[in-house]
Design a protein around this ligand. Sequence first.
Ligand code: N01
Length: 510
Amino acid sequence: MCPTTAGLSTTRETRVAIIGAGFSGLGMAIRLRQAGIDDFLVLERAADIGGTWRDNSYPGCAVDVKAHLYSLSFAPNADWTETYASQREIWDYIKRVCAEHGVLPHVRLGAEVRSGLWDDAAQRWRLETSTGVIEAQFLVSAIGPLSEPALPETPGLESFEGRLFHSAQWDHNHELSGKRVGVIGTGSSAAQFIPKIQPTVEKLTVFQRTPHWTFPRMNRRITKLEQMLYRRFPALQRAVRARQYLYHEFLGFMVQHSRLLEAVAMLRLRLHVRDPELRTKLTPDYRMGCKRIVVSDDFHPVLMQPNVDVVTEKIVEISPRGVLTADGAEHALDTLILGTGFRAMPVVDPLRGRDGDTLTERWREGRCAYYGTTVAGFPNYFMLVGPNTATGHTSVLLYAEAQIGYIVQALQYLERHQKTSLEVAESAQRFFNDHLRRKLKRTVWLTGGCNSWYLNDPNGTSVLWPGYTWSFRKALRRFDAENYVLRDAARCVQPGHAHSTRRPLASQSS
Ligand code: N01
């Protein structure tokens, strides 16, 4: 059965409303079904499911985490065809898994959540959506940490008379062959599409503000024999996944505690880029891992091609004909592609909690949540990949799945204890965040001397989890009701004792 696009013109009641039909929102939906909870809706503003893997369709788009790890743990895919799966393959995987687990009939496409309000008397969320009002006991925000394209605030952007688009909104109808194409940005997205478009364009001008560290990709095809073995011996595939898990954790350790990978990257740069002037332009002056590492074998070699120019002069203006840089040069272009990344960690706004505050108002001094999952003042509200749960070294699904398991347990706990709402205690949230901030201060993201979307937090800390995945997963393995205020429609039930300090971050490895 397919997701539907209509039928929400009047108030609709549901037990759980999930905002976003990307990887994590759909993973939440599947887990709810598996737990026997069928009364839920997945609200998706777009016309299809898939989140980032629907939107990012630029040439060469692929995951930069090994595919067996970048899968839902309960839905292994023996059919991955490459070590690093392509966007198309991941999108197909998401659709197939959702169909197999029967969540598509719960998905409402074209349903954008415009605002939400917690009604404390009714103990429910009331959501205004583009297709009507929805009342839900629980609200799960799964809107994705990188779902809002960031456009540069460069003067004159709108005046450009050629074709202009963001990498996440690729114009597949626009022919690039024979064109003078400019690309702003050299992050993970640009590093993937630049090698794909370079052979067809007449001239490629790459505007680089900061050079990125790169790491070998060594992608290869997965053979039919391997796929067959994975199908026949699922334990083998689990072993491969475990190896990939350890590999990525090892990378996480290395970037925080060693400079060995920097030496490897410099050696590769020397081998790939023979031109010393270009090599100087491409040499980072900050610690590796401070920004997201570009996992690529072809990005630097392509920049050596005769039709490519790497411009490091500051962009001062976009003119109708091209890009003006600080040295006074005008770079004439037919097409300008923005590989300028995303506004990290957007929030559903306005979403008003128990006291009528929005999250933006609450977080003016910085985002503050409990394990990136719950927020004081926002009863029965959960986030997937919320503040401080992004990752720079491994699969974000590991974090999302830990949160999903925790949320399912929370719902089951409330039902068992006949309560209607839960809200993390302010003191527990404060305690958690104090430790978190102390740990973050020591990470390469804050000490490494760079700026990136990792730091997109008003209080100057990072949006990433400052530790290994296992410390996060261990912390969320059990729903800790003692750190929550539980209520029923009639009265508030304080936790039996003061909030627990059973998970001091200081004791977790980082
Ligand atoms: O974005 P980015 P992305 N003028 O923010 C530059 C994930 N991802 O779309 O470094 C000039 O990394 C900016 O310069 P600087 C992955 O997590 C995953 O490439 O800020 N330049 C930078 O070079 C990744 O981290 C996969 O100085 C401007 C670039 O634009 C995240 O998505 C694949 C500018 C932005 O780089 C985002 O990657 C691809 C300006 N005004 C991406 N504004 C997977 O495989 C920005 N820049 C899962």
